[in-house]
Write a protein that binds this ligand. Structure first.
Ligand code: ATP
Ligand code: MG
Length: 315
């Protein structure tokens, strides 16, 4: 019985240690770090105490062993993790600019990370499932990835679970037009939408955030959360619009903030908290995530988030 299941890329990330070290010049790298938005999400959810499962693929190589060991060590169920013969583990090189932009080089589409196969999973795998969380990046993994996402969505909905969707637009992986098309069927049925504000505008073509959120809600009773980095988030439903300011922290590595935020938001919803408490809790999770180097190293526990919130309340 999984609280959250996610499908998609597990990869290792190799990053520039300092800002403004472009990827088209020789220089230092740091890593490998276990990464990939879905894998970060799965670990973040498990650290929060959610029963978390991951479906993906890794190669029979050192990077694949690193990922498998990491997911297992973090208590993520890996029954759906395939060790793919003849393919190398997915890989991303990342550089950061001083003004906060990121540059990626991905080796993913032809890697083991794209060779996802869900046909061998037993039907019992999905029984009692509460959420399938998908990252739009998984839809850039080619036919196998897309088919795995479609099937797991069908099986999740059939088992009474709901879809949570983070568009995670990555133009390096999939051009915007293609992403819009690929995401269409998922945007239509998701109970929870978790884009950044910029992604919400890009997906809908709306000029401002409120209009983008309203288009995303599409008249349905569901929740759209627009993430805004250090500024926090805004939560939209048919009835309400709630802005929750972010927390001030020293940002060391922004990667993974969104995934930790997503996992914390789901924990809050599963716990039946009101949206204000959920948004504040998720903001704290995202803030803590950026204070550590490495994509999933900063994923906090509930105790860490509560201590952080108590401290913030005293200031
Ligand atoms: P990712 O890199 O994982 O895709 P994202 O772009 O999806 O991240 P962000 O908006 O950057 O999402 O971050 C998600 C959440 O994490 C924010 O809504 C906020 O709550 C928190 N957060 C991110 N960056 C910071 C920061 N510098 N300071 C405080 N909180 C932050
Ligand atoms: Mg994101």
């Amino acid at each position: 019985m999984f609280d959250v299941l996610t499908v998609g890329e597990a990869l290792v990330e190799i990053m520039r240690p300092d800002r403004d070290q472009p990827l088209d010049k020789p220089g230092e790298f740091l890593g490998p770090f276990a990464s990939g938005a879905p894998a970060i999400f799965a670990v973040a959810a498990a650290r929060l105490g959610l029963a978390s499962a991951f479906i993906g693929g890794v190669g029979n190589d050192a990077f694949g062993r690193l990922l498998q060991a990491r997911l297992t060590h973090e208590n993520v169920n890996t029954a759906g993790l395939r060790i793919v013969p003849g393919r190398s583990t997915g890989l991303a090189f990342v550089g950061y600019t001083a003004d906060g932009r990121r540059e990626f080089v991905f080796h993913l589409r032809h890697s083991a990370g794209s060779a996802i196969d869900v046909d061998l999973l037993p039907a019992a795998y999905f029984s009692g499932i509460r959420w399938l969380h998908l990252s739009g990046s998984a839809l850039a993994l080619g036919d196998a990835g897309r088919s795995a996402c479609h099937k797991t969505l069908d099986w999740t909905l059939a088992a009474g679970g709901r879809l949570s969707l983070d568009p995670n637009l990555r133009p390096e992986l999939m051009p915007l037009d293609e992403a819009r098309q690929a995401l269409g069927p998922y945007l239509a049925v998701a109970a929870l939408l978790l884009p950044t504000a910029k992604e919400a505008r890009a997906l809908t073509g709306a000029a401002d955030d409120d209009a983008a959120a309203s288009r995303l809600l599409g008249g349905q009773e569901r929740i759209a959360v627009l993430k805004r980095g250090a500024q926090g988030c805004t939560v939209y439903t048919q009835q309400a619009r709630l802005y929750m300011p972010g927390f001030t922290v020293a940002e060391v590595d922004p990667t993974g903030a969104g995934d930790c935020f997503n996992a914390a938001f789901l924990l809050g919803l599963n716990s039946g908290w009101d949206l204000e408490r959920v948004a504040r809790f998720a903001n704290a999770a995202g803030a803590l995530a950026v204070t550590k180097q490495g994509p999933m190293e900063g994923a906090p526990t509930v105790q860490e988030i509560e201590a952080f919130l108590a401290q913030a309340g005293r200031e």
